[in-house]
Write a new protein. Structure first.
Length: 144
């Protein structure tokens, strides 16, 4: 697994990392690596625990402790490799109104559209463009 495929656990919320992992598994990755350093090790463990206990088919494949120099100081590091062995199921999220997507799924939906098409354009009902999102060099760029 290359460094580009690793998720560096640092200052974001645990749910952000959980959704990031799930979106990578949904894109077809069999493995996802979480890398946590220093004070973020507990957060990395919690992300792995949430995924392992709440999502079917996700398992902890390996867990390695190492150290790295951060600003000249030896700092503990934890590398957790998660493996997905489940079946990917695609279905209509809301059968009553298939045009409605619950809030929690927006980030997964946007991630899927950006990875597939490279951009998202958001318009008002009267066709006035509100926002343009583009995936460039691994970053999401936003333009009004």
């Amino acid at each position: 697994m290359s460094e580009d495929e690793s998720i560096i656990v640092c200052g974001r919320r645990i749910t952000d990392y959980v959704l990031n992992c799930i979106s990578r598994f949904n894109r077809g990755n069999k493995y996802v690596s979480l890398k946590a350093i220093g004070g973020n090790i507990l957060k990395g463990v919690e992300v792995a625990h949430v995924l392992k206990s709440q999502a079917q088919g996700i398992y902890v494949r390996s867990c390695e402790i190492s150290s790295a120099k951060v600003i000249g100081v030896e700092t503990p590091c934890l590398d957790i490799t998660l493996e997905f062995e489940g079946n990917r199921v695609y279905k209509v999220i809301n059968e009553i109104d298939p045009g409605y997507i619950p809030y929690i799924f927006y980030s997964l939906f946007f991630d899927y559209i950006l990875s597939k098409y490279g951009e998202i354009m958001i318009y008002r009902s009267d066709n006035i463009k509100l926002l343009e999102l583009k995936l460039e060099d691994g970053y999401i760029k936003c333009k009004r």
